[in-house]
Design a protein around this ligand. Sequence first.
Ligand code: CMC
Length: 430
Amino acid sequence: MTAHTTSLKVDDKVIDLPVKEGTIGPAVVDIGKLYAQTGMFTYDPGFTSTAACESKITYIDGDEGVLLYRGYPIEQLAEHGDFLESCYLLLYGELPTPTQKADFDYRVTRHTMVHEQMMRFFQGFRRDAHPMAVMVASVGAMSAFYHDSTDISDPYQRMVASMRMIAKMPTLAAMAFKYSIGQPFVYPKNDLDYTSNFLRMCFAVPCEEYKVNPVLSRALDRIFILHADHEQNASTSTVRLAGSSGANPFACIAAGIACLWGPAHGGANEAALQMLQEIGHVDNIPKYIAKAKDKNDPFRLMGFGHRVYKNYDPRAKIMQKTCHEVLNELGIKDDPLLDVAVELERIALSDPYFIEKKLYPNIDFYSGITLKAMGFPTDMFTVLFALARTVGWIGQWKEMIEDPGQRIGRPRQLYTGEPRREYTPMAQRR
Ligand code: CMC
């Protein structure tokens, strides 16, 4: 894939560096030998110009607002397929045939129950624990419950661990929710599809029949498709880095969940809804827009801006449509939060500050309103993101582990601390 070389002048020395071309997107300069040739490192703490790996899974063109899973546009996958089809695609690289799809669905479905002893593990959490804290812990704990699938050198065990996580994540997420509201856990019911099963585990109670609403199930399934992967974002890079040391897959995914929790990443949907609630009324919008523009105020419009998208996030458009479908289905005509969201989006999109900085609504802007209308409390929003992103994390981890050239990830640093100094005995310190 090395197309040509480029030269770099470092002080008085000119060195040749290989340039690698991908199928689409920017080429990369391979600086692997830079230190050996110049004694210098590169410096890019936020990874704004650094490709950390090679990958065949997901492609984003942030300027054009394009997102492809294995080459297929997100809009087409969300319109025509279901979440497990996208899972298969992300993991294996091709859309499944009908037989492959049926087999995949069957295999995932047969892993939905969690080890019964995990129920007792859950009882150890405080009732008011944040469900993301419960997810980090319970997914990490899976390595203690399923240690027959932690040998990463065995392809069969890797496959079983992957299936277990994709299948059990909805069960664990629903358990985290049920536990927090003091209701009994609901076991999975395997004649339901993946997302309907999840809705039932969240909202059914043993004393009543529960009928899944197909419109809500389809909407949530689409939300899962939109969140399934997003190339080398912070949590995926965390999973890759954790996995690069040979850590077991459950531990790696738990690391990804921990990273996703932050408000600049997966926690933004929760933060976006809280912000809309805080704004409360369209009349208050100008005040918040002014705060977002004020350099001395740390406030940011949550649900706006993206490290990669400098255009409309293609997922946000689908999310907006899904939001309206859900509100219509539930007969929610006058949601004050939706009024605030629509007006905020309109004002922000016409404000020179947001136009110049290319700050467009991202996926989290409308997902909070949608999930709230479905009955999820705000602290479950990031859990749903984690559930959906699990397949992306696993696909990326699998790709890395299966690469024969894989090495441990070990960034270097620019040291700005004290140079060497001699130890001062305690008695001499003032
Ligand atoms: N509101 C107001 N100003 C903003 C915002 C915002 N939401 N986002 C960026 N800016 C400004 C920022 O102050 C900076 O201005 P200046 O150049 O004058 O210093 C400029 O835009 C560039 O921002 P940045 O922080 O350098 O950009 P970044 O790429 O490091 O950050 C981001 C990207 C998503 C963390 C940021 O836009 C943000 O904090 N947005 C709100 C949180 C959010 O919605 N996150 C969800 C991301 S999508 C879901 C996911 O993939 O996890």
